[in-house]
Ligand binder design. Structure first.
Ligand SMILES: [Zn+2]
Length: 186
């Protein structure tokens, strides 16, 4: 999650652009050219090898593949602000399970998440500013563990998902790199 708008934003970091003389996207395109030059088609199937979907926050400090020992082709990674289970996450999980064969769901929230410092005021302020009410909820939370439990519950009770017996939730500590498992709601 980016820093909430209510806090002062740090000055934009132009160092990446300065290195290449272009925008950050120009830098990404340049990196892709090197990547593609060394790329060989792994001939992989689209279905994840480990039959698992990982739902996590979009936070830039979370390197899911490294943190979970995952390799290319192993899993689906579905990310949004907070790693909260919204309708769109259910949409992706439904496609993941029904069309692409995944069976397990791993939910990951993390310490120091931007959503911990937001409230639904964010939505009201936004509506006041732009003159249009967003159709989505901010899904802010105050209690990480409780939000993980709610996310587990939303997956387990979804009528669209055929596989809800292996759904586990965790909080990733951004200072230690460790996952802490959250016991589901009884
Ligand atoms: Zn986050």
């Amino acid at each position: 999650m980016p820093i909430p708008a209510s806090q002062p934003l740090p000055p934009p970091d132009d160092s990446a652009a300065a290195r290449t003389g272009g925008t950050v996207t120009d830098r990404l395109i340049e990196a892709n050219e090197s990547y593609a030059a060394a790329f060989t088609d792994p001939g992989m199937d689209a279905r994840p090898v480990l039959k698992v979907a990982v739902v996590a926050c979009m936070d830039a400090r979370l390197d899911l593949h490294a943190a979970l020992g995952l390799e290319l082709g192993d899993c689906h990674t579905i990310r949004n602000a907070g790693g909260v289970v919204t309708d769109d996450i259910i949409r992706s999980l439904t496609i993941s399970q029904r069309a692409l064969g995944t069976r397990s769901v791993v939910l990951i929230h993390h310490t120091d998440c931007g959503l911990l410092s937001l409230t639904e005021d964010f939505r009201h302020d936004l509506a006041a500013e732009v003159g249009q009410r967003p159709t989505w909820a901010v899904e802010a939370f105050k209690d990480l563990d409780e939000d993980v439990r709610q996310s587990i519950q939303r997956v387990r009770t979804s009528p669209f998902l055929p596989h809800t017996d292996d759904v586990r939730g965790f909080v990733f500590d951004v200072t230690t790199g460790l996952l802490r498992e959250i016991s589901p709601r009884r």
